[in-house]
Write a protein that binds this ligand. Structure first.
Ligand code: 13P
Length: 249
C-alpha cells in the first residue's frame, strides 16, 4: 500500500512570524512520520517556510502560479520565482480560485503544464458544488475538470501530479463527505485517469480528499482504499491538529 500524502493549505492565513512559530512547533511533532507531509503557504511566507523546513520531512508548496515565464501580469508569480525559493508543490485550481478569481479548466491546464515543465509538482483541485451534486452532475463535473485540467499532461508527467478531490460543499463548512462518498468520487476520478493513461498510472497517482477533514475524521477517511491523503484547510492552521492528521491511522 502507498503511504498517504497529507498537505496543509493555509489559504490566506499566517504572517511570517506565525509561520516561524508554526513550523518550529510542527517539526518535532511530525519527525519520522510515515506519511508524506507538505504545507502550502501564502507567497509571503514561502521563503521563511522553505528555510525552516530544510532538512526535515516537511515539503513546502505555494497556492497558485502563473503560466507565463515573465511579463506584464501584475500580481502574479512565475514558476521560476517559486523554484528559486526551493518550493516543491503548488496548488492549482482550488475551488476558491475558481469561485472568486475566475479560474477555469483552461487556466488550470495552462498553470499545470507550466508547473510541470518547470519542475514544480502541481496539486490539481477538482470537485463539484452542492447544486451540481444534487442535480446529478457530479460525475460530469469531475470528468470535465479532470480531463480538461490535465488535457496535455503526459503519462510520464503524471508521476509528479497530485489530485485533490474537494467537494465545494464540504470546504470550510464542517460538513465532510462520508467516507464512502469521498471514496466513490475518488474512485471515479481514478477510473477516468485509467481510461486516459492506463491502470498503472491511475493506481500510482495520489488523489487526496479535502473538505472539513480534521483530527477526528482523518483516520476513517484515510482508511478508505481510494483515498491517498488529505488537503487540509482549517485543521492545518494548528500544529497539534495537523500532526494528528499526519499520524492518523
Ligand atoms: P477545510 O479543511 O477548511 O474545509 O478546507 C479544505 C480545503 O479547501 C483545502 O484546500
Amino acid at each position: 500500500m502507498k503511504n498517504k500524502f497529507i498537505a496543509g493549505n493555509w489559504k490566506m492565513n499566517k504572517t511570517i512570524a506565525d509561520t516561524k512559530q508554526f513550523i518550529n512547533e510542527l517539526i518535532p511533532l511530525v519527525a519520522g512520520a510515515n506519511n508524506r507531509v507538505a504545507l502550502c503557504v501564502p507567497f509571503t511566507d514561502l521563503a521563511t517556510a522553505v528555510e525552516l523546513a530544510k532538512g526535515t520531512n516537511i515539503a513546502i508548496g505555494a497556492q497558485n502560479v502563473h503560466w507565463a515565464e515573465s511579463g506584464a501580469f501584475t500580481g502574479e508569480i512565475s514558476v521560476n520565482m517559486l523554484k528559486e525559493l526551493g518550493v516543491e508543490y503548488v496548488v492549482i485550481g482550488h475551488s476558491e480560485r475558481r469561485q472568486y478569481f475566475g479560474e477555469t479548466d483552461a487556466t488550470v491546464l495552462k498553470r499545470t503544464l507550466a508547473a510541470l515543465a518547470g519542475g514544480l509538482k502541481p496539486i490539481v483541485c477538482v470537485g463539484e458544488t452542492l447544486a451540481e451534486r444534487e442535480g446529478g452532475l457530479m460525475e460530469e463535473v469531475l470528468k470535465r475538470q479532470t480531463l480538461e485540467g490535465l488535457a496535455q499532461v503526459s503519462a510520464e508527467q503524471m508521476a509528479d501530479v497530485v489530485i485533490a478531490y474537494e467537494p465545494v460543499w464540504a470546504i470550510g463548512t464542517g460538513k465532510t463527505a462520508t467516507n464512502q462518498e469521498a471514496n466513490d468520487a475518488i474512485g471515479y476520478i481514478r477510473g477516468i485517469l485509467a481510461q486516459k493513461y492506463g491502470d498503472e498510472v491511475a493506481q500510482n497517482v495520489f488523489i487526496q480528499y479535502g473538505g472539513s477533514m480534521n483530527e477526528k475524521n482523518a483516520a476513517d477517511l484515510l482508511s478508505m482504499p481510494q483515498i491517498d491523503g488529505g488537503l487540509i484547510g482549517g485543521a492545518s492552521l494548528v500544529p497539534e491538529k495537523f500532526q494528528a492528521i499526519v499520524k492518523a491511522k
